[in-house]
Design a protein around this ligand. Structure first.
Ligand code: PEP
Length: 248
């Protein structure tokens, strides 16, 4: 039985005062929902998360990681630095990084490897654009994105990944994938993983991301291959984030 996991992606939002209120609100509102929960925050706020969340059921992590261990890579954050601040997770290949920073699937795979090597859980994001969906290319696109990661890792590492299906047309647009569209993509991704390791495929958590809110979370989470959510906008309000966790 796979555990459900809900991760908030704060993107480039927050300040110390607002974060403090948000994190306290999340911690205060969490009951024993039987789901795992985390926030992926801008790197400067990792220390704040560590100070406020250590000892609570809420884990934390980064939104990107360098493929390099250290050195002359101005602006980059290494996996070891994320670990230094107690991180559990790191997002790899979010569609905003692929689109605005030209991250290729090969680079995303190297980032996932760097995360794994430091003991972090990479949350590897996949998704098609609206044009790709309308052209009937969804499966080809997400399979190629996933395959780059599967090709880079050892079979024993498959079970250490978290995958996130995030159709680009649903991110921050208010247009959520229907539960059936999401389920079809999740089942397909699980089948792709099974070609590498059938046992690990049954255990790997595949999150849905794209305008998930408390109102639509229950139906999405009820799908057999949807193991949780990667939440953007709704992760910035404690009541909305808790509402999604409660829907699990
Ligand atoms: C995201 O950025 O990963 C995301 C899913 O955003 P939103 O929930 O705002 O669509």
């Amino acid at each position: 039985m796979r555990r459900k996991l809900v991760i908030g992606n704060w993107k480039m939002n927050g300040n110390r005062a607002a974060n403090s209120a948000l994190l306290s609100g999340i911690v205060a509102g969490l009951n024993d929902f039987g789901a795992d929960c985390a926030v992926c925050v801008p790197a400067p706020y990792l220390a704040q998360c560590q100070a406020q969340l250590a000892g609570t059921p809420v884990a934390w992590g980064g939104q990107d990681v360098s493929v390099h261990a250290s050195g002359a890579y101005t602006g980059e954050v290494s996996a070891a630095m994320l670990v230094d601040f107690g991180s559990t997770y790191v997002l790899c290949g979010h569609s905003e990084r692929r689109a605005y920073h030209g991250e290729s699937s090969a680079l995303v795979a190297q980032k996932a490897l760097a995360a794994l090597a430091s003991g972090l859980t990479p949350v590897v994001c996949f998704g098609e654009t609206l044009a790709q969906r309308e052209a009937g290319q969804t499966e080809d696109v997400i399979c190629a994105q996933l395959q780059a990661v599967l090709d880079a890792i050892e079979p024993a590492q498959v079970g250490k990944l978290v995958l996130a299906y995030e159709p680009v047309w649903a991110i921050g647009t208010g247009k959520t994938a229907t539960p059936q569209i999401a389920q079809d993509a999740h089942r397909f991704l699980r089948e792709c993983v099974a070609r590498k390791d059938a046992v690990a495929a049954q255990g790997v958590q595949i999150l849905y991301g794209g305008s998930m809110k408390p109102e639509n979370a229950k139906e999405l989470m009820a799908q057999p291959d949807i193991d949780g959510g990667l939440i953007g906008g709704a992760a910035l309000k404690a009541t909305d984030f808790l509402g999604i966790i409660q829907a699990v």
